[in-house]
Design a protein around this ligand. Structure first.
Ligand code: SF4
Ligand code: FES
Length: 244
């Protein structure tokens, strides 16, 4: 496939960015989106030009670092996949593809398609954990958990912290992210002990860092690559009211 790429280039957080057009040839439908960008960068380096900076690590859909806007959608137009799992077979010969970084004030652009998502780490360190001496693993049945609760907690725990929910939200709200973290602990007995402190500190940190509130547009759920549900936000609100 021959494609036209319109890629956001920005030297650093203070520089003014702009879209730059690149033509790519011989893109295989078997390539992943990041492999297509690798091939573009190889060509740019060979030509003595500056490669496009983008973030990635696992390339397996689990680390959450590969977020970027592709044709107006976080992680691209295919539901429930991360950018690293996005296949080029979903594009057609001659397509023009627009590629941009996350657009949200709490995620400033570091360079090109890379944004600083350390605001999520700051929220996570205020309460996204349980305080226990781990020691050796307990016998599996020593703390009984209803199957429904363990399944729902697991569904929340698969949030990879990619930030697509924030990028897709008109309020740059981090509520879906936080609600996933709150839910994974709130549904388990081990997480109940610090539940009040956890929800208060994580929500207050979110506000302090400049994330907006939820206004129920549902864009976050629609764009989340891990299909984290809005019902988690309802649970977060209930946890917050209980703690208040
Ligand atoms: S809730 Fe979804 S979109 Fe938001 S950080 Fe977690 S995985 Fe990414
Ligand atoms: S590179 Fe890790 S989720 Fe995409």
């Amino acid at each position: 496939m021959n494609l036209i790429l319109k890629i956001w280039r920005q030297k650093d957080a203070k520089a003014k960015g702009t879209f730059v057009t690149y033509k790519t040839e011989d893109v295989s439908p078997e390539m992943s989106f990041l492999e297509m960008l690798d091939a573009l960068n190889k060509k740019l380096v060979e030509e003595g030009r500056e490669p496009v900076a983008f973030d990635h690590d696992c390339r397996e859909g689990i680390c959450g670092s590969c977020g970027m806007y592709i044709n107006g959608h976080p992680h691209g137009p295919i539901p429930a996949v991360t950018t690293c799992h996005l296949s080029m077979r979903f594009f057609r010969d001659g397509d023009t593809i627009w590629i941009e970084p996350w657009r949200a004030k709490p995620f400033p652009v570091i360079r090109d398609l890379i944004v600083d998502r350390s605001a999520f780490d700051k929220i996570q360190t205020t309460g996204g954990f349980i305080s226990v001496n781990t020691g050796s693993a307990l016998e599996a049945n020593s703390i009984l958990v209803p199957k429904k609760n363990s399944d729902t907690a697991f569904d929340s725990a698969i949030c990879i912290g990619c930030g697509a929910c924030v990028a897709s939200c008109k309020n740059a709200s981090a509520m879906l992210f936080i609600s996933a973290k709150i839910s994974q602990f709130a549904l388990l007995p081990q997480g109940r002990i610090e539940a009040k402190e956890r929800v208060m500190s994580m929500v207050h940190k979110m506000d302090e860092l400049g994330f907006g509130n939820c206004s129920n547009s549902g864009a976050c759920e629609a764009e989340c690559p891990k299909e984290i549900k809005l019902t988690n936000i309802a649970r977060l609100n209930r946890e917050y009211y209980k703690a208040y």
